[in-house]
Design a protein around this ligand. Sequence first.
Ligand SMILES: [Fe+2]
Ligand SMILES: [Fe+2]
Length: 395
Amino acid sequence: MESKPDLISKRRTFLGSMAGFFSLGFLTWLDLWNKAKAGDVSFMNNLPDPVTSGKELPTFKFQLEKQKGKVIGGSSVKAATVRDFPISKSIAGASMRLEPGGMRELHWHATAAEWTYVVEGRIRTTVIEPGGTSEVNEFSAGDVWFFPRGHGHMLECLGEQPCHFILIFDNGYFSEFGTFSLTDWFAQTPKELLAKNLRVPAETFASFPKGEVYFSKGKIPPEKASPALLKGKTPLMSHKATLKGPQPHRVFPGGKEWTVDSSKFPIAKTVAGVLFELEAGALRELHWHPNADEWQYVLEGTFRVTLFGSGGRYREEILEKGDVAYLPQGFGHSIENIGDKTGQILLGLNAEEYQVIDISSWLASNSPEVLATNFNQPKEIFEKFPRKDVFIAPL
Ligand SMILES: [Fe+2]
Ligand SMILES: [Fe+2]
């Protein structure tokens, strides 16, 4: 039972917080709460980010596939973190290739969740969650996986063909080279401690790797996954979904769109994925994302990406296959296929829900009179503007 002074002090605290609540004003609190729900609270502090608040917009392009990366045998990884790509503060990315029989060893990420799109090849993953539930999944081109921050996982290439996939992490400071790998942990831990922990003699560990293996290489894994030492319970939410299936989610004159966010892939709370296939000359119109930064990877083709950063600041970048771009939350942008054939671009947004506002639908939601006054132009001009969302404009 609580003592009387405790109760009095609790009541004082409660009355004090209620007084603060009413002195700030209920509507202000409600407003703050709604803003907080809208996205990252730290984004609401309006403190200028030195990288994006200068007179000029910084480059928002990074040539990921031109990097040397880390190569072990026939497997490799190239990473784009804020260290080399300063604008990309909230999203890091990597391009990983596994040779047949290659494995990205058991590991976890202390500071980032991992969302991945499979470009080619077949991959099997294992993942463990808090509580010991675990899942084994197999992926092929077009599929995605999501491993929440800290969940232990492994990736292995299946079959005779190499695998290629694009990883997106919900933290720009995260490096794929800074993960917590099982071999590294074993190598640092005394053999006697491992023996006591795993109930086997200490000599068992005599020939174990002396440092981090990162990519290991074995035989091509069996087509049917061998049973685990312990068959754990299956998680409530699968770590697997498909982004690019045979049917696009939306088709427009000039292009197609595929999307996956937490409405279809509930475990993916911090990354939503989009894939655009744009015909030669097609334009994904001027738009912005109220709730997310956007990280782009060009799968095929050549694109001109424009970025508007307020205060008269505007910049364009030309992206080729294997290049990456980063567009900060709320900044206006467009994507145009300037090549001579159909191109594909993968987008990762650091949000639970894929939200977008297009310029055509924003304009159409105002009257020609409003637009005429805004631009100081005759209203007849605006009567010719689209009366629906353009989304993708063909050549
Ligand atoms: Fe990972
Ligand atoms: Fe966008």
